[in-house]
Write a protein that binds this ligand. Structure first.
Ligand code: ATP
Ligand code: MG
Length: 247
C-alpha cells in the first residue's frame, strides 16, 4: 500500500522546472499563448522556432521581467513558485537569464563584472572556478569587459550567471555571430556546466548545434508549443525541421 502511494506521488510531483500554460502580452499584443513544458534536473532543453515564434518572449516571461506581462500560468522551480515573483526574486530563487545582447557592464573589467554579480547572496562559483572553466577570462581579467571579442563576451555573460548560485540557466542565442571554433568552445563549457547538475534552456537559431547539445527539444510557433520530445526526434524528422525550423 505504502509503495503504491509513493508511486502515485512521484507521478504527480511537479518536474524540477515546470512551466504550465503561460500567457503573456506586450501591451495589447498577445504573444505567449499557452506555453507548457517540463525540464528535468540537469537536463539541457533546446527551445526552438522560427523568427518571431516567441522564444525570447517566453524566456523573458520565465525570468519574470515586466515585459511581456505574464497574465496567466505557473512556473515552478524546485518547488518554488516563480509566477508569483518579481525578476530579482526569481534570480534569487536560482533562475538566470543570459540575454542575447549579453549586457556586459561598460567601464568594468572582466573581474569587476564577475564581482558585481557576487555582491549579493546567493553566491555561486568562485572566481577561481570560473577562470578554470573559462581560461580566456582568467587571462583577460584586468581587461575592460566590453573590449572582449564576441565569444569572450558570451563566456563572460555565462560566467556572470554562474557567479550566482543558480539552478536554471536560460540562454538566448548564445552562439549568435560567433565562429564555429568558438561555438565548439562554448558548447564544451555548457556540457561541463551540465555535469555540475545545472539545468539549461537554450534558445538558438543554429538549431542543429542546439539539438546536438540538448537532451530534449520544445518547438514554438506563434507563441504555442508545436513539438515537445527528444532532440534526436527533431534531428531525424525532416518534415518537422522544414516546417518549423526551416533547416
Ligand atoms: N517589446 C515588444 N513589443 C511588442 N511586440 C513584441 C516585442 N518584442 C517582441 N514582440 C513581438 O513578439 C513576437 C515574438 O517575438 P520574440 O522576440 O519572442 O520571438 P523570437 O522567437 O525570439 O524570435 P527571434 O528568433 O527573431 O529572436 C514577435 O511577433 C515580435 O514582433
Ligand atoms: Mg529572440
Amino acid at each position: 500500500m505504502a509503495l503504491a502511494k509513493n508511486a502515485n506521488h512521484a507521478a504527480t510531483a511537479p518536474a524540477f522546472f515546470s512551466v504550465w500554460d503561460l500567457h503573456a502580452y506586450y501591451g495589447e499584443s498577445y504573444i505567449v499563448q499557452g506555453v507548457s513544458f517540463n525540464v528535468h534536473e540537469g537536463e539541457i532543453l533546446a527551445l526552438l522556432g522560427r523568427n518571431g515564434a516567441g522564444k525570447t518572449s517566453t524566456l523573458r516571461a520565465l525570468a519574470r521581467l515586466d515585459d511581456p506581462m505574464l497574465t496567466h500560468g505557473e512556473i515552478w522551480l524546485d518547488h518554488q513558485n516563480l509566477h508569483k515573483m518579481k525578476a530579482h526574486e526569481a534570480s534569487r530563487a536560482g533562475l538566470a537569464l543570459v540575454p542575447e545582447d549579453r549586457r556586459i557592464i561598460q567601464g568594468l573589467t572582466v573581474e569587476e563584472n564577475l564581482q558585481l554579480a557576487q555582491i549579493a547572496e546567493p553566491i555561486g562559483w568562485s572566481l577561481e572556478r570560473l577562470y578554470e572553466l573559462f581560461p580566456r577570462l582568467g587571462e583577460r581579467r584586468k581587461q575592460e569587459g566590453v573590449t572582449l571579442s564576441g565569444g569572450e563576451q558570451q563566456m563572460l555573460a555565462i560566467a556572470r550567471a554562474l557567479a550566482r548560485d543558480i539552478k536554471v540557466l536560460l540562454l538566448d542565442e548564445p552562439y549568435e555571430g560567433l565562429a564555429p571554433v568558438i561555438v565548439d568552445e562554448i558548447e564544451k563549457t555548457l556540457n561541463i556546466i551540465k555535469a555540475q547538475g545545472i539545468t539549461t534552456v537554450i534558445v538558438e537559431q543554429n538549431a542543429i548545434r542546439a539539438l546536438k547539445l540538448a537532451d530534449r527539444a520544445v518547438i514554438l510557433d506563434t507563441g504555442t508549443v508545436v513539438f515537445d520530445g527528444l532532440a534526436d526526434e527533431v534531428l531525424n524528422n525532416e518534415k518537422l525541421r522544414a516546417e518549423y525550423l526551416a533547416i
